[in-house]
Design a protein around this ligand. Structure first.
Ligand SMILES: NC(=[NH2+])NCCC[C@H](N)C(=O)O
Length: 566
C-alpha cells in the first residue's frame, strides 16, 4: 500500500541532500491535530548546512516542492513544514487495498517465517483454573494471532504445571483419602479439595510435608504407582482445562509442560557443574546471582529433586534446539518477574547469547469488584463459571433487545465470551484492573459488545444496500469529516498491528477498533448511506465495507468472533 510517510520522506530528500532518507524519516512527526497537517517536518537539523534560520529554511523549501498528487497542501509554519494528505488519494489507496486484500488487510510477511514461540496459559494441574489465569490465556492467544498475521511461524505452547511438590501432596492425599469415582465425577473440584485438605492437615502434622516430598521424589525416580497416579490426574485435569479452551476457541501446538523436562534436567545440571556455575549449600545446589543483584537460583534440593527454575532452564534449551526460535515469549504474571530474570541470567552466564531472545511478557492482576462474582467453594473464582455467567447474562440482554434474533444461544456465546476477552485486552498489560460485570457486558461505551454490535450493524446495512464489492467507486465523494476520520483509522490499521507486535500489546488493536466503531457510528448517524444518489451510496457502502472488514480482523486478532447479526 502506498505509504504517505515515505512520500513525505522522498519529497524532502529531493530538495535536501544533507540528510539520508532514514534520518529524514526519523524526524517526521505526526502533529497533534489534523488541522496542523498529517505529517510535519522540523527543519532545525538543516540550519547548519543551509546557514539560515529555521523559519527561513522552511519558507524557502515550500515553493520548491511544487504540486504533488499525494499532498493537497504543503505549508510552512515557523520552523516546521506541514504536509496535508490529499484526501481523495488517501481514500482511494486505503479502500482499494482493503477491497483487494479483505481479511488479509493489515497482514504482512515481515516475519519472514521466523519462529516465534508464545508460551501462555500454563495452568497448574490439580489446582483450579481460575480468573487469574484468564489474562495469560487471552493475552497469549492474541499475541499468537498477531505474530502469525505478520508472517511469523508461531508456536503456541502450554507449559502445564504438571510437576513439582504439589504432585507429591496430591499423591499422598489421594492415597489417604481419595476415591477414584468421586474424583472422576468432578475432577478439578475434588482434586482441589484433596489439595486443600492436605495443606490444612500439614499445618498440624508437619510430617505430612515430608511424605509429600517423598512422593514427589518417587515420581521423579519413576515409581510405577506414583507415575500412574500422576498420569491419571494430569489427564482428567487437562480434560477440564480443554473445556475452557474450547469455549475461548483456543488451541495449542504443544502441551509440553514441566514434567516433559524431567529427563532433560540432568544434562543442564551437568553443564552448570562443568561451567563452574553451581555452588553447593547445605547439600542443595544453586547458582549465585548476587553479583547481578538477585537472590540465588535454586537448581536442585538436597534430596536431589529439581525445581521450577531447573525445569524452565531445561525447557528453554529444549526449545532452542527443537524450534531454533527467533523469539521465545513467556506470557506470565508480573509476580514472576524475578523468576524469569534469574533463570534467563543463568543461561546468559552459561554463555548463550540466545538468552536475550527469551522474553518475559508480564501483566498485572485482575481483582474482583466487591460482590460481582459469586464464588463457589471458598474464594476461588473459576474461569469456566465466569465465562458461563457472561454467556447467560448476554442471553438475557439479547432477549430484551432483540428477542427474535436467530441463533440466539450461539450469538450469546460469541458476545458473552468476547466481552470478557475484550475487557482483558482493553488496557496496557501491566496495569492491574478490576473486573466489573456491568462494564464488561454493556452494549454501550468502549466494550466488546459495542464493537461487535457495530460490526453486525454494518453487515445488515451492506445487505440492505445490496453492496457489491465489484462496484467501481468514485472515492472523491467520500469527503465529509466523518468519512475522512474513518478512512484515516483504516489506513492506520496495518501500522497499529505492527506496533502491537513490537510492544507485545494487543490493547493497541482493542483501542483502535473501538475508535473505528465510534467513528463509524458517528458517520452512520450523520450521513445517509442508502440514498437515492447511486454514486454516493456506492461510495458510502464501500467505506462501510472497509470499516466492517477492519473491525472483524481486529476482533479476530484479539481472539474474538464477529457475529453478522446481534
Ligand atoms: N515457563 C513458565 N514458568 N511458565 C509459567 C508457568 C505458570 C505456572 N504454572 C503458574 O500457574 O503459576
Amino acid at each position: 500500500m502506498l505509504n504517505f510517510r515515505e512520500e513525505v520522506t522522498k519529497l524532502i530528500k529531493s530538495e535536501v541532500d544533507v540528510l539520508t532518507e532514514e534520518e529524514i524519516s526519523a524526524l517526521i512527526e505526526v502533529p497533534p491535530s489534523y488541522d496542523m497537517g498529517d505529517y510535519a517536518f522540523p527543519v532545525f537539523r538543516l540550519a547548519k548546512a543551509f546557514k539560515k534560520a529555521p523559519p527561513m529554511i522552511a519558507e524557502e523549501l515550500v515553493p520548491k516542492f511544487g504540486d504533488n498528487e499525494y499532498f493537497e497542501r504543503i505549508e510552512n509554519k515557523g520552523p516546521y513544514l506541514n504536509f496535508f494528505i490529499n484526501k481523495g488519494k488517501l481514500t482511494e489507496v486505503t479502500l482499494n487495498e482493503v477491497k483487494g486484500k479483505q481479511a488479509k488487510y493489515g497482514s504482512s510477511d515481515m516475519g519472514n517465517g521466523k519462529t516465534v514461540i508464545v508460551e501462555y496459559s500454563s495452568p497448574n494441574i490439580a489446582k483450579p483454573f481460575h480468573i487469574g489465569h484468564i489474562r495469560t490465556t487471552v493475552i497469549g492467544n492474541s499475541l499468537y494471532k498477531i505474530y502469525t498475521f505478520l508472517g511469523f511461524d508461531t508456536i503456541a505452547i502450554n507449559h502445564l504445571g504438571d510437576y513439582g511438590t504439589q504432585f507429591g501432596m496430591l499423591i499422598s492425599a489421594y492415597k489417604k483419602w481419595g476415591d477414584k469415582a468421586v474424583i472422576e465425577s468432578d475432577p478439578i473440584n475434588e482434586l482441589l479439595k484433596l489439595y486443600v485438605r492436605f495443606n490444612a492437615e500439614a499445618e498440624e502434622h508437619e510430617e505430612l510435608r515430608n511424605e509429600a516430598r517423598y512422593w514427589f521424589k518417587e515420581l521423579e525416580d519413576g515409581n510405577k504407582e506414583a507415575v500412574e497416579l500422576w498420569q491419571w490426574i494430569r489427564e482428567i485435569s487437562l480434560k477440564e482445562f480443554n473445556k475452557v479452551y474450547d469455549m475461548l476457541n483456543i488451541k495449542f501446538d504443544s502441551y509440553a509442560g514441566e514434567s516433559f523436562y524431567s529427563d532433560k534436567m540432568p544434562a543442564v545440571i551437568e553443564e552448570l557443574k562443568e561451567k563452574n556455575l553451581l555452588k553447593e549449600s547445605d547439600g542443595a545446589f544453586l547458582v549465585d546471582l548476587e553479583e547481578h543483584g538477585m537472590p540465588p537460583a535454586l537448581i536442585m534440593k538436597s534430596d536431589g529433586s529439581t525445581l521450577y527454575t531447573t525445569r524452565d532452564i531445561a525447557a528453554a534449551f529444549y526449545r532452542k534446539k527443537n524450534y531454533d526460535f527467533y523469539k521465545n515469549i513467556y506470557v506470565v504474571a508480573s509476580q514472576q518477574n524475578l523468576h524469569f530474570k534469574a533463570w534467563m541470567k543463568v543461561i546468559e552466564l552459561m554463555g548463550y547469547e540466545w538468552a536475550n531472545d527469551c522474553v518475559h511478557i508480564p501483566f498485572g492482576m485482575v481483582s474482583l469488584e466487591e460482590g460481582t462474582l459469586s464464588t463457589r467453594k471458598g474464594r476461588v473464582v473459576f474461569l469456566e463459571d465466569v465465562l458461563n455467567t457472561a454467556v447467560k447474562n448476554t442471553l438475557n440482554i439479547i432477549n430484551e433487545r432483540n428477542p427474535n434474533l436467530e441463533n440466539k444461544e450461539e450469538v450469546a456465546k460469541q458476545v458473552g465470551i468476547g466481552a470478557v476477552v475484550f475487557q482483558e485486552l482493553f488496557n496496557q498489560r501491566i496495569k492491574d484492573y478490576v473486573f466489573s460485570w456491568d462494564r464488561t457486558l454493556s452494549f454501550e461505551g468502549e466494550t466488546g459488545p459495542y464493537v461487535q454490535y457495530t460490526h453486525a450493524r454494518i453487515s445488515s446495512l451492506l445487505e440492505r444496500g445490496k453492496f457489491n464489492i465489484e462496484d467501481n467507486v468514485n472515492y472523491n465523494l467520500l469527503n465529509t469529516e466523518e468519512e475522512i476520520n474513518i478512512t484515516r483509522l483504516l489506513y492506520d490499521f496495518p501500522k497499529i498491528v505492527v506496533d502491537s507486535m513490537e510492544k507485545n500489546e494487543p490493547y493497541f488493536i482493542t483501542r483502535h477498533i473501538v475508535e473505528i466503531a465510534k467513528a463509524y457510528n458517528k458517520f452512520y448517524n450523520s450521513c445517509p448511506i442508502i440514498t437515492d444518489d447511486i454514486e454516493l451510496k456506492k461510495a458510502r457502502l464501500m467505506l462501510s465495507f472497509g470499516a466492517k472488514t477492519v473491525i472483524k480482523t481486529g476482533l479476530e486478532l484479539l481472539g474474538m468472533e464477529a457475529p453478522e447479526r446481534m
